[in-house]
Design a protein around this ligand. Structure first.
Ligand code: ATP
Ligand code: MG
Length: 420
């Protein structure tokens, strides 16, 4: 006997109850983002591999070990999107969105793919909600973007939220700082973990993310980028903080915050939740003023974030699945062909009139059909038999004979409006 197939490791099926919770996360995010003028965008599930190599960076974990890269039948190297900022910048350039009023504000909800060690809150296919604003370097864009995610997490009741904030400055100040940090790491090379030591030249900033005890000690006395920013970057960062203060968004400035993607400049931030274990990052992002140029576009500042739906669901307290509404259940008193067709026609007309209708499909006894109608939370049950149509109000228990399908429909519609 052959083994039954299972969903691949690190992936999961979104079953109806989970889908209902996700729909609520989506509704809250959509409401907040669209009210602020963000419009939805959808990019392909895969891109030319180059898009991520150039944007996310060759030295990052994502590009080095997490990408699902494959060659298609035409010999092109393609990669399932591990993140969606780079595709959006690619799309902005490809569609000439610089001609639109700036900034162009876009949001998305799509799946991402990363080959990672699967565990709670960490999957190989997961979903991100994100927002990107392209074409303005105004610090108000940064503050507004952060505030939007703060609002969404708050409205969803994500527990124990903390916001860490930092600035990575411009590419120039980062390059100068990199030399200082590299010198510090070299001076303490013997105490560093192998992984950090091997990446001193490639990506010294990632040393701040290490959980190796001796490395952490070395990093405790490391110079911080935030102390080596240029005057303009400092002003920009101060303006972002002032606006967050004015909007009463609590945060902590954390000079050790390093994001795992190379494209960031200036503002970076991360929301974590104390309700989550090791996988505490709920969402994060930052500014990426050099990314469009890396794709050969004109200089285009950008700012955005992404938040993981699965981690939101793990940490959200206010979410309860909404039951689907059922206005009318069409039951059959007998199994005659005439009753079955009359029932089918009634359901079709009722749905056209906007009545949420379910039809008996299980061949149940009349008693079984009432049980099923109850499970569906039906407000009314229409019973079709050789005698005609009876309509039962499930709340009052009253039952009456009605002469036609249209009488049933108008009665149910009236009852529903009286209820609302
Ligand atoms: P982590 O540090 O947990 O690996 P990250 O820094 O790689 O996160 P980002 O690239 O910033 O994460 O992605 C934004 C958000 O997407 C994260 O805050 C998290 O909520 C979610 N996320 C990232 N990777 C995964 C994954 N493998 N499974 C589920 N959610 C994820
Ligand atoms: Mg990661």
């Amino acid at each position: 006997m052959s083994e039954r197939p299972k969903a691949p490791r690190g992936t999961f099926d979104v079953l109806p109850e989970q889908a209902a919770l996700r729909a609520q996360v989506e509704a809250v995010a959509r409401g907040t983002l669209e009210a602020a003028g963000y419009r939805r965008i959808e990019t392909p599930a895969f891109e030319q591999t180059d898009v991520f190599q150039r944007a996310v960076g060759e030295s990052t974990d994502i590009v080095q070990k997490e990408m699902y890269t494959f060659e298609d039948g035409g010999g092109r190297s393609l990669t399932l999107r591990p993140e969606i900022t780079a595709p959006i910048v690619r799309a902005y350039l490809e569609h000439g969105m610089h001609k639109l009023p700036q900034p162009v504000k876009l949001w998305y909800l799509s799946s991402c793919f990363r080959y990672e060690r699967a565990q709670a809150g960490r999957y190989r296919q997961f979903w991100q909600i994100g927002a990107e604003a392209l074409g303005s370097d105004d610090p108000a864009v940064d503050a507004e973007s952060i505030l939007l995610l703060h609002t969404i997490l708050g409205d969803l009741g994500v527990a124990g939220v903390r916001l860490r904030l930092a600035s990575l400055g411009s590419h120039e100040s980062r390059a100068r700082y990199r030399e200082l940090l590299t010198a510090h790491l070299r001076a303490h090379e013997d105490r560093l973990s192998d992984e950090v030591r091997e990446r001193i030249d490639l990506n010294p900033l990632r040393a701040f993310d290490s959980d190796h005890p001796a490395t952490r000690e070395v990093m405790a006395s490391a110079p911080l980028l935030i102390e080596h920013l240029g005057a303009e970057d400092l002003d920009h960062f101060a303006a972002v903080r002032e606006m967050l203060d004015a909007a009463q968004v609590p945060y902590e400035v954390d000079g050790t915050l390093v994001r795992g993607l190379d494209y960031y400049t200036r503002t970076v931030f991360e929301f974590t939740s104390d309700a989550l274990g090791a996988q505490s990052g709920v969402g994060g992002g930052g500014r990426y003023d050099g990314l469009a140029e890396q794709f050969g576009g004109a200089p285009t500042p950008g700012m955005g974030w992404a938040a993981g739906i699965e981690r939101i669901l793990l940490a959200a307290e206010h979410l309860a699945a909404r039951e689907p509404v059922c206005d009318l259940y069409v039951a059959l008193a007998d199994g005659t062909a005439a009753a079955r067709i009359a029932g089918f026609a009634l359901a079709a007309h009722a749905r056209r009139a906007g009545v949420a209708t379910q039809l008996e499909l299980g061949g149940r006894s009349l008693k079984g059909q009432f049980k099923q109608a109850d499970r569906c939370g039906a407000a009314f049950v229409a019973i079709l038999g050789s005698e005609g149509i009876e309509l039962k109000d499930m709340q009052s228990g009253e039952q009456q004979a009605l002469e036609s399908a249209s009488a049933v429909i108008s009665y149910v519609l009236r009852g529903r409006h009286a209820d609302a």
